[in-house]
Design a protein around this ligand. Structure first.
Ligand code: ADP
Ligand code: MG
Length: 320
């Protein structure tokens, strides 16, 4: 199988076909027709074997995750997904691997009406780069910079699950059965909160997706907005499965482990009412924005809590 057979067999002409794609895979470039009056939200993420995933990850999970982490960035902007580009570096053309990878990728793409419009395929160490584009009315995009004192801080879903899944995968946490499978699925098959992002247009004052840990990612909102926050550890949404894992102080994972791909956003008090009913994930209020800069985490007794030092940073020493 040569490069062109591979593209034709696994990627060309598959999945949804959108009216705004006059020319997709097969030429030197795709031709795309963005809607008038909207901004294009554009983002890219690379997943490297041994850094972002274990080399023996099920390929369908990798196909899902490579797209999901990008869709999560669109969700954090309040953008509606449209197009994707896939750059693959593969050690060999393993047909079973490619079939499963494509299946995971296109299953998620289909759920969000995303069309794969192009890519690049090379031989080399296993790495997957996905770029996605979506649409958002110009004045409606959710950025990191609009948080105001008095706003509340919310998160979607539950936090710390993917961190516990990683601990299980790496043999640092011994835990098995359906709850462990749930935690592993949260690591390998994150759910991009697209619907939440769309519902929060015009409501949230700032938003980010949680890829590097809540404290670190919320820190980006606070820095960009020039504000601080007081947060309650007690309010952090922890799943039953995370609690069942018996992990010590599970809230520490919720605060500092990455890879959950939930949204963290700020909004005026009670702004979540009304949208909460239309979403398939909970919105939990975990704190409020203050004028005073910095993050102040409080325990159940209202006393300052000590946090793990930081979240994920490729150029620092690594995880706290
Ligand atoms: P060029 O050499 O002109 O850059 P390529 O031979 O790399 O073109 O790719 C041929 C066509 O296949 C292009 O339309 C490209 O976007 C598409 N393509 C290549 N690899 C992939 C892939 N992994 N997934 C989707 N489309 C791909
Ligand atoms: Mg060319």
């Amino acid at each position: 199988m040569n490069e062109f057979d591979l593209i034709r067999r696994y990627f060309a002409g598959r999945g949804v076909r959108r009216d705004d794609v006059p020319l997709g895979i097969g030429d030197d470039a795709a031709l795309l027709t963005p809607p008038l009056g909207q901004s294009l939200a554009v983002t890219v993420d690379t997943l490297l074997s041994g850094v972002h995933f274990a080399a023996d990850i099920p390929p369908a999970d990798l196909g899902h995750k490579a797209l999901a982490v990008n869709l999560s960035d669109l969700a954090a902007m309040g953008a509606e997904p449209a197009w994707a580009i896939l750059a693959l570096s593969l050690p060999q053309a393993d047909e079973a691997w490619l079939a499963a990878f494509a299946e995971g990728f296109f299953a998620l793409a289909g759920r969000h009406s995303v069309q794969l419009v192009g890519g690049d395929t090379t031989r080399g160490p296993l790495s997957v780069t996905v770029q996605v584009q979506g649409f958002v009315p110009q004045e409606k995009a959710l950025t990191r910079r609009g948080a105001r004192p008095g706003d509340h801080v919310f998160v979607t879903g539950s936090l710390g699950d993917a961190g516990a899944g990683l601990a299980i995968e790496q043999g640092r946490l011994e835990f098995a059965g359906p709850p462990a499978d749930f935690l592993l699925a949260r690591l390998h098959r994150p759910t991009p909160r697209i619907d939440a992002g769309l519902a929060l247009r015009g409501l949230a004052t700032a938003a980010i997706d949680i890829s590097d840990g809540l404290a670190q990612d919320l820190g980006h909102i606070l820095a960009a907005s020039g504000v601080g926050a007081v947060l309650d550890i007690d309010r952090l949404p922890l799943s039953d499965e995370l609690l069942a894992s018996g992990i010590d102080r599970p809230w520490r994972l919720a605060v500092s482990a990455g890879d959950d791909y939930e949204l963290c956003f700020t909004a005026p008090a009670d702004a979540d009412r009304g949208v909460a009913d239309v979403l398939d994930c909970p919105l939990i209020r975990i704190g409020r924005i203050t004028c005073e800069p910095g993050q102040h985490w409080l325990d159940a007794a209202g006393q300052p809590a000590e946090l793990p030092s930081h979240g994920w940073d490729h150029f620092a020493r690594g995880r706290a």
